[in-house]
Ligand binder design. Sequence first.
Ligand code: G6P
Length: 606
Amino acid sequence: MCGISGIVSSENIAKDLFSSIRNLEYRGYDSCGLAVYAEGKIQLRKNTGEVDEVNKKERLTQLVGNLGIAHTRWATHGGVTKENSHPHFSANMEFAIVHNGIFSNYQKLKSELSAEGFEFRSMTDSEVFAHLVERAYAQSPNVENAFVSSLLQVEGAFATAMISIHEPDLLFCAKNVSPLMLGLGESRNFIGSDINAFLEFTKTAVTLDDGEYAIVGKQDYRIKDVATKEEKEKNVFTIHWDVESTKKGGYSHYMLKEIFDQPFTTKQALKIEKEEIEKMAKMIQQSQLCYLVGVGTTFYVSMVGQYFFAQFAKRHLPAVSSDEFKDIAILSDKNMMLTVSQSGETYDTKMAINFAKSFQSKTGAIVNVMGSAISMMVDNVIMQGSGAEICVVSTKAAFSQMMILLRIVLEVARLDNHLSEDQYKEYYTALEDFPDVIETALNEQSGFIRNMADTSVKIHNWLFLGCGVYFPVAMESALKMKEVTYLHAEGMATGFLKHGTLAMIDESLYSLFFVPPPDQIDLHERTLIAIEEIKARGGKVYGFIFEGDEKSEQLLDHLIRLPKVHFLVAPFLEMIMAQLFAYYSALKLNRNIDKPRNLAKSVTVA
Ligand code: G6P
């Protein structure tokens, strides 16, 4: 997965083009490059490294021209080298292309083109496309036709963009499965893998669908069907994200900013119209079986949903990781799936939706990115409105998804008569008070959590433990820790300990407990038993606890004491503390927090 962008304008574009891939860097960041057209020639500069580094080496922003494409890469086919970075030239350097995704039949095409004398400069699958266009153009000199005939030859999930010296005022782009959008400005237009590519320049956008291509000039654009070349009418929409939400706003990292955004994004989640929540709730209510589906963080979000559905709505909604969905789901037109996805572009989740659709199952989604593929694929979507999340690891988006799921659960519970009006009101009040609680806790606890992180980075193995809904919270928190610190953290249910894990316990093993408030008697007792089991074997025990929990205070070696809150929101407050703990641990370890090694925010490939 990679980030693509392009600009056509009446003015110099290099600085803006560079800025656009900078804003897409979370999609991939091992190399990048720009190709800009001027005076009959395409200038192409690229190299390995992060975007700013490459700019220093290659002076990308000093390129001159009004038409260009850019790319930030996360290597799949071909190692991280200058030659393999994008853009790629055709052999005669008259065409330059960028590509995200995979041309799955590239090997066959490459042998064919090589046999005809085309010399390849890189080990990528992408380069075949540039040569295909050159070959097609040689046979019939029309850029659009050459572009389309090349598209008809490639297979796989991809998005691609191209410029050519033969059409110096036009950007060409197309997509199949991988995302691509147009941004419409005044006297200039943009293309991008997602709206972050052009959000600082325009808030008006159009999404390309699979099997479509676009020809984009500075004043106009046309979107056509690859198979028929017929022009298509498309919806133009306005992006409601604030550009400020994509900037660091004074924080040292996006992760920290996004953690601190959570009081606001929780408010946004609570502002989603009741009708929308009710519509999703009714879909679930009317289905015989509904799966909750996500992957990575959003799988844990789904697990939280599963616990809440059982607890409040007395319904079993199995949480399934998108990549395993087709192996486990039993589907029919009476069943449904509710997917959760920040980016709305995750390959595994899209495949799971397609699988459900092939059985005529109903599909719903909670998605953050407007115009994204998943938001368009499903029968019913709730846009979560959390604003751009730039840090590769998800914090505020996942948190909002949990809040929205909780709202849906309460609605189903109410419709099914499992909640009285009074309970419903009480729970909603707890949710409405929650943003202020988060705000206070973030401000009051940051120092303590930082201190805990600073003194514990020597610990390389963690167990994160919780029971009930605190179990998926522990799993998600362990994932955060792994992602940003590169340390080992295993999320586990407290009850698992005695069935194997206790064998590992000695004084070198540290555990972090997500302790429920003492009035959650069953969960609290189970957690305390697990703490004792570890202590009895010499293990060190850390914990997040709530005020008034004397029993835990006596047992824990290190604790963070949180104010008393409603039981409904208690696990989430601890989760936010765990986000901070992961952040400050990574800071102390000097990790690349916003862009952890080997990860990408939006995994759009298999
Ligand atoms: C990738 C990211 C994870 C994310 C997952 C699902 O694996 O690295 O952080 O949780 O994708 O992403 P989505 O955009 O569908 O929520």
